[in-house]
Ligand binder design. Structure first.
Ligand code: NAP
Length: 257
């Protein structure tokens, strides 16, 4: 099985590879975002014969051509960016940037790979969304709404895939809060353009601290769900972790949506 993993230099992806790289039945095409990451990640896996690393910016169509002659069975759409700020006054350019990577980049690559999957008559697409797509959190609306869009895109593709004459699995992963540095950057990037939340500054900072406190330092639970999405012959349409955050988010959705 050949797996293409986007944005695989760090965080959750790095932990998944670390756990699964010894399985010689899987060949990994790890894609990274920058030249610096390419040098670093190539070095990191130089001893692993079942890992190839390439630079692929999911927003850059020209980068996709490297994939043309590769056999790919599974893609994990992991690459993402997160920009914080209030949707009341956040720069629309920043929101667009968020969507350009998380939604349009992911969808563009999905369409590109679909042609390959259609030719080979099988494939699996795994979309990394977030529990933030069902549980609204103040000041990360740009990121969270891009992840919610991704869920609807995947759910629609799931229905459409059922009409195809070959097996194409579409799977969503919704992680809760995990300590990878992603959430810190998300909160730090929050810049209020006007001062309308000045009086609530303390409260906002307290809430952020609480969220960061809830981050799971151990990534095992999300690695397990991603492994299930890769390997299970009859995968679920959605996997979530960690358990308590997933139950909390689902309860919120049932009670307050
Ligand atoms: N950590 C969490 O609590 C959490 C919770 C819910 C969902 N998630 C989702 O899980 C996935 C992995 O997140 P993570 O926490 O492991 O953070 P991460 O290490 O920052 O992973 C995201 C990766 O995507 C790369 N990337 C950004 N823009 C890209 C582009 N245009 N083309 C290719 N790669 C690009 C990043 O590279 P740069 O570093 O160069 O930007 C980074 O390596 C993301 O989809 C995230 O939304 C994470």
């Amino acid at each position: 099985m050949n797996v293409l993993y986007t944005g695989a230099a760090s965080g959750i992806a790095k932990e998944v590879i670390c756990n699964l790289k010894d399985d010689k039945s899987v060949f990994w095409y790890l894609t990274v975002h920058t030249d610096k990451q390419l040098i670093h990640v190539k070095k990191q896996y130089q001893k692993n014969k079942n890992i190839a690393v390439m630079k692929l910016d999911i927003t850059n169509l020209e980068d996709y051509h490297q994939l043309d002659y590769l056999d790919i069975d599974v893609v994990i759409h992991n690459a993402a960016v997160g920009f914080g700020g209030s949707l009341f006054d956040m720069s629309i350019d920043k929101v667009k940037e968020n969507y350009e990577t998380n939604v349009f980049g992911t969808l563009r690559l999905t369409q590109y790979l679909f042609l390959k999957f259609q030719k080979q008559k099988h494939g699996r697409m795994i979309f990394m969304s977030s529990l933030a797509s069902i549980l609204p959190i103040s000041f990360i609306g740009s990121y969270a709404s891009s992840k919610a869009s991704l869920v609807m895109i995947a759910k629609t593709l799931q229905r459409e895939a059922k009409l195809l004459g070959f097996p194409l699995d579409i799977i969503v992963i919704e992680p809760g809060l995990y300590h990878t540095g992603f959430n810190q950057l998300l909160f730090e990037s929050k810049k209020m353009r006007n001062d309308c939340f000045q009086l609530q500054k303390e409260r906002i900072e307290k809430e952020e601290k609480l969220l960061l406190f809830l981050e799971k330092k151990n990534l095992k639970s999300i690695v397990k769900q991603i492994s299930r999405a890769i390997y299970e012959p009859y995968p679920l349409s959605i996997y979530r972790a960690p358990l308590f955050q997933s139950i909390g988010a689902k309860l919120y959705q049932i009670l307050f949506w």
